[in-house]
Design a protein around this ligand. Sequence first.
Ligand SMILES: NC(=O)c1ccc[n+]([C@@H]2O[C@H](COP(=O)([O-])OP(=O)(O)OC[C@H]3O[C@@H](n4cnc5c(N)ncnc54)[C@H](OP(=O)(O)O)[C@@H]3O)[C@@H](O)[C@H]2O)c1
Length: 245
Amino acid sequence: MKAVLLGATRGMGRALARRMAEQGASLFLLGRDPLELERSAKDLSLRGASGDVGWARCDLLAPGGFEPALARADEVLGGFDTAVVTAGLFATQDALEADPKLCAELLHADFTCTVLFCEAARRRLLARGGGTLCVFSSVAGERGRKPVILYGAAKAGLSHYLEGLDHKFHADGLVTVTVKPGFVRTAMTEGLEPPPFAGEPDEVAAAVLRAIEKGRPVVYAPAIWAWVMLAIRLLPRSALRRIGF
Ligand SMILES: NC(=O)c1ccc[n+]([C@@H]2O[C@H](COP(=O)([O-])OP(=O)(O)OC[C@H]3O[C@@H](n4cnc5c(N)ncnc54)[C@H](OP(=O)(O)O)[C@@H]3O)[C@@H](O)[C@H]2O)c1
């Protein structure tokens, strides 16, 4: 595997990159903090990644940098076959309602910029006959919910886009893996009360790597969330209103 990863310096992205390294994959990291990128690249090399792990600066909020960053990844890896996007922003509904600037930034990062990055990556993959695009969305995008209206709306749009990509380009060799984590203990959820079924980054990483290997279009992680969300999707709005959803 020759993978480029955006947002693998922490959390689930780091756990996934470590598992890929342990399998001997060639890796190239994208992110916004050079010190963290350098440290992560060294860590992944020590864990068994093939060759030196390269990196380049790429800010999810600056789409003008996507093409040069992916071009560098292509150059160093000799053409990546897998692109992974774990970078994303989260803020509580209260914080987003109180701060329109933060709200605009989160919607821009989690929907518009993520989609633009995916467009740049999938064009490169399709130009050489296909590959895998693995993107972290969220169970928060499955139904509208009071505590995650804005974050959930961005993730819903992202999941919808990825499903469309799958329909349009699967026959051309593009494998789209949409990851829908439930609550996972990372820096992103620090300070929040963990709900039942809260997961750890490494168990999500294991499930995602299996999904990439098998080319599964959607993966809920931890797996229990597939059943939880099946029930949530089937409940009528009146029932959700009654339980204060
Ligand atoms: N944790 C959960 O419960 C949960 C649940 C559902 C979905 N998700 C989604 O899963 C993904 C990963 O979440 P996580 O919990 O692993 O997050 P995390 O621990 O906060 O890690 C996020 C990663 O994204 C990078 N990033 C953030 N903003 C960036 C930007 N503007 N440009 C480039 N990189 C940026 C961070 O790098 P820096 O070090 O530079 O900040 C970090 O490497 C996200 O898309 C999140 O929305 C998480």
